[in-house]
Design a protein around this ligand. Structure first.
Ligand SMILES: Cc1cc2nc3c(=O)[nH]c(=O)nc-3n(C[C@H](O)[C@H](O)[C@H](O)COP(=O)(O)OP(=O)(O)OC[C@H]3O[C@@H](n4cnc5c(N)ncnc54)[C@H](O)[C@@H]3O)c2cc1C
Length: 440
């Protein structure tokens, strides 16, 4: 009885990847999803679930059947005593943040955007920063999966423990995530302080910075020594702000987009644009206090290509200095600001880039001013080479050139993940082109 729509075009947030699903579904119940799976099996089609469509890669793309989980987005249970919440997989974190706040609760960490689904965010291992904090899926204590056979599996540390360690970063290939249970914390406010520094200072005193602030990250402005250090820490002080949203937006968005567009004709301008914007927006101290999710989430401006690898934390200085030197030795290779450097605690999630090691994520971007593609292949290859050399593992959501051979070397638990996947989805109904590169 379930109705699939034809002619829908899917595009990710950055409009860098898209597909044309033969049928597009927005189910409202498990029974409907089972019907879709039945129909797919009968017609020999594959099925891909999409959450917020924010992944900057083709991980959520398919030309067969696409399921968008936006109508399965309820909060199912709030346990105030244990500070735990169970939600349907399609709920956006933006809605969950508000719901949790009504119960005096919050997620301990969030990424830059919350217009992502609970199941989608754990699908790719979304992370933020803070060396005492793991990637976001470490906040998940249980989940339920609808497998290819139509069976519902409960997973946690104590039930189906192996599947749980695989499904906490599932790549969308183990089944359909129906519910997710998060361990929350009491609601809190964050005090954000951003101040200027230099790459040398930050790299020489990394340990101090990591100790000084619970959610420390920094933005490096390539082709220069400029750095903006950002500290975020819980506070009891009332909300306040010393930044001007209007000024930041008018200048940080519209002027930047226009100047970057000009630079597509004169690439050497990029180095001056990076310096100019540092001077304009990041060269003085700025403070903000607000409820945690409003500080964790920040403006990512316009469409962009992005890569984000995690390297062992002790390699941070070496890797960044190599990237800086590569740009200096290659004046034709231009890099947009910022290179965003974040940190995460090691964990036990099989496909987590932080599996069994504290890590530093180095996020590089190339904007697409007015949707225009900016050459970035050289920069991408140089960066990937440096990350690989230092034992890096790429963010699963973001485009990378790795294949099964690379993942076998990077992830000690890769064979275990493959065997769980093959058991739960023997015919590969949940695969797509991206996942074929990972598993074949
Ligand atoms: C502006 C912007 C800012 C970002 N900031 C950050 C950041 O700070 N940190 C970070 O780590 N990443 C960041 N990302 C990447 C983003 O967090 C991840 O791509 C995340 O996975 C997106 O969630 P989504 O709901 O959009 O997932 P989608 O892109 O829709 O899907 C991701 C994966 O999950 C699967 N999936 C989705 N729902 C289900 C389900 N119910 N069952 C089974 N599989 C499912 C999909 O099939 C796919 O494999 C950012 C992306 C953008 C565009």
């Amino acid at each position: 009885q379930v109705h699939g729509q034809g002619g829908v075009k899917f595009q990710n947030w950055a409009k860098t990847y898209g597909s044309s699903p033969e049928l597009y579904f927005q189910p409202t119940s498990v029974e409907e999803i089972r019907e879709i799976l039945d129909m797919a099996r009968k017609r020999d089609k594959r099925v891909k679930v999409v959450g917020g469509g924010h992944s900057p890669s083709d991980i959520a793309c398919t030309d067969d059947f696409m399921i968008q989980m936006g109508k399965m987005n309820r909060v199912l249970k709030v346990d105030k005593e244990k500070q735990q919440v169970t939600v349907e997989g399609g709920i956006f974190l933006s809605d969950l943040n508000v719901e949790l706040s009504k119960h005096g609760l919050a997620l301990a960490n969030l990424g830059a955007v919350s217009e992502v689904a609970a199941a989608g965010m754990i699908g790719t291992g979304t992370h933020n920063t803070g060396i005492k904090h793991g990637i976001l899926p470490t906040q998940v204590i249980a989940l339920t999966l609808l497998t290819a056979s139509g069976e519902i599996l409960e997973c946690s540390e104590s039930i189906n423990a192996d599947i749980f360690q695989a499904a906490r970063l599932h790549l969308g290939c183990l089944g359909i995530v129906l519910t997710v249970t998060f361990q929350c914390v009491p609601q809190f406010h964050l005090h954000e302080v951003a101040f200027p520094s230099t790459l040398t200072e930050v790299l020489d005193h990394l340990e101090d910075h990591l100790k000084r602030s619970q959610y420390f990250r920094f933005l490096w402005f390539p082709h220069s020594e400029n750095v903006s250090v950002i500290y975020q820490d819980p506070t009891n002080k009332p909300p306040s702000s010393s930044s001007s949203w209007l000024w930041d937006y008018a200048v940080g968005y519209y002027l930047l987009e226009f100047l970057l567009w000009i630079s597509t004709f004169v690439p050497s301008l990029v180095c001056w644009i990076n310096r100019f914007f540092f001077w304009l927006l990041f060269s003085s101290r700025v403070e903000n206090i607000a409820i945690s999710y409003k500080i964790f989430n920040y403006e990512c401006r316009f469409k962009q290509h992005v890569q984000d690898w995690a390297i062992p934390i002790e390699k941070t200085k070496e890797a960044l200095l190599e990237l800086k030197a590569a740009l200096e030795n290659n004046p034709k290779m231009v890099a947009h600001y910022p290179v965003e450097v974040r940190f995460a605690r090691g964990d036990e999630i099989w496909l987590s880039p932080c599996f069994q090691r504290d890590s530093c994520y180095v996020n590089i971007i190339m904007y697409r001013p007015y949707g225009k593609n900016v050459p970035h292949l050289n920069y991408w290859l140089t960066y990937e080479g440096i990350m690989k050399k230092h034992g890096g593992r790429p963010h699963w959501a973001k485009a990378h050139s790795c294949t099964r051979k690379d993942f076998e070397k990077m992830y000690p638990a890769f064979p275990k993940f493959c065997s769980v996947r093959e058991k739960l989805d023997p015919t590969g109904i949940f695969l797509n082109t991206y996942l074929e590169k990972v598993f074949y």
